[in-house]
Design a protein around this ligand. Sequence first.
Ligand code: HEC
Length: 452
Amino acid sequence: MRVIQHLGSRIFRNVLFATTITCLAPTHGHAASGCAPGSTCLSVTGKGVPAPEPAPFIAQCTGAFPDFVTPSAMVPSAGPWFKLSQSYPTAVPANDAPWSNIDFKDGVTGADAYLYALRDYAFDGMIDADFKPEANNVRPWFHMPLMNFGPRAREPMRGLTSERSVTGPELGLKPGVTIHNYAVGFYNAAGAVTIGQVLGGASPDLAKAQFPQGAMTFKILFSDVTANDFQDSDVLSGAPQWTIRTAAGPQTVRLMQMDVAAVDSRSPTGWVFGTFAFDSNATDTSPWRRLRPVGLSWGNDFGFTPADQQAGKKLTETTISDQAPAYAASHLGWAGRANGPVDNPISGCLSCHSTAQLPSAPITFSSACTTDAQKMLWFRDLKGNQPFGGVDASCNPITSAPPPKPLDFSLQLSVAVQNVVQFGDANPCSPSASIMNLRVDDHPGEHPRIAR
Ligand code: HEC
C-alpha cells in the first residue's frame, strides 16, 4: 500500500511530500517495506529528508521521533525491529533512587554497594523484558532520540549504536585483530523528564539540559569479539548474546560491559559514573548478573598524573573494585581512573563526559597535547552546568563568545543535539518539528562529531 502524506513545510523547507509505506505484515510489500507491522515507514535520505523511492534509507516511525533511520538493505525483513521508548514524562517520580542513601565514598565496600544498587535497579524487570522498555512492568525506561544519523547511527534490530572499536594487543586481543563494539543506553523517568524538556519542543531548549536528583542512566555494551580473537581464553564465555544488523549483514554480539551514571548531590561534579565487566568465572544463574564492578568515579582527581600513579599514590575521587575481572582491571583510564574495557585508556568516564556541550569539544586530549599540564584540561572537576570550553589544534584553550552550552555530562544528548543543530539532520517522523532553525555554522571543522 502506498500513501502520499503531506508533511508540511516547517521542517522540510523545500520538500513538501514524502512517500510513506505502511507496513501491514513483515513479509508484505517489496524489500524496502520491511519495517514493523503497523508502523509507518518513510523513504528518506540518510539525513532524514524525504527521498523518492526506491528508498535509500527507511525511517520507521511509531512516535514523534524515528525508531531508526537505516539504509533500506539493512532493515531486517522478519524483525525484531527496534522501538524507541519516547513517551518522556513531565514529572520526576518521588522515592525512585534506592542508591541515594549508600555512601559511594566509603571505600571498595561503599563503591561496590552503590554500583550494585544501580545495576539491580536497571535490571529490575528489564532482564525478563529482554531490555524492551515496552515489556517492562516494573518501571518505565526511555531512549535518547535522534541518534539516527552519521556513521554510528542506531541499527534497526536492537537500536545499538557503534562504539569505539579495539585493536589487539589492547584488551588481550591477538595483535592486529580489531573488534567492533555496540551499545544501547536507557534513562529512567527522572532523566527522561530532561530529555523531553530539551528535545520535545519545536527546537532544542539547551537551557533545560540539567538533570534532576534521581536521574540515572545505564548503557549495555556488546562486542563482536569471538573466542578465537583472544590471545588466551575467551573472557566472554557464557555471556548473553544478541543479533543485530550491520552493513555487513546480521551479526551476533556478546555482552562485555555495563555503564551506569547517576546524578548525586554528594559528588563535586554532581554525578557518579561507574562500570561493570562480564566475568566468565561468575556463576550467577542469569548471565546478565555475571557482570562484576570495575570501579566508579565522582571526580576527576585534577592534578593526578601517571607519574603519581607509578609512585604508588592513590586517586581520591575514584575507587577501583577488587571484584573486577582481570582483563578489565588491567584496562583502566588515564593514571588509573575508572574506565571500562571498551573505553579509551587515555580518558576516564567523568573526563570524557565533562566535555558534553554544544558546540562540541574534543572528547579526549589529542597528540598535540604533550605535557601533563595540557592534558589536565580534560581532568577538571567541572559541574554539569559549566561548559568545557574550546580547544584549538595546538591544544590551547580558546575562549568563545557566547560560551558553549553545557549539556550536563550527557554525551547521548550531545550526539542528538549535534545531529540536528550542527549537521542539520531532520526528524522525518514529526511534521511539526522545526529543529533545523537552530544551526551552528561557525567553524564546523573545529567541532568534531561526538563519537567514542
Ligand atoms: C572517550 C570518551 C568516553 C569515555 C571514556 C566514556 N564514555 Fe560514556 N559515552 C561516550 C559517548 C560519546 C557517549 C554517547 C554516545 C553513545 O552512547 O555511544 C556515551 C554514553 C554514555 C552513557 C549513556 C548516557 C549518556 O550520558 O550519554 C553512559 C551511561 C555512559 N556513557 C557511561 C560511561 C561510563 C560509566 C564510563 C566509564 C566507565 C564512560 N561512559 C566512559 C563517551 C565516553
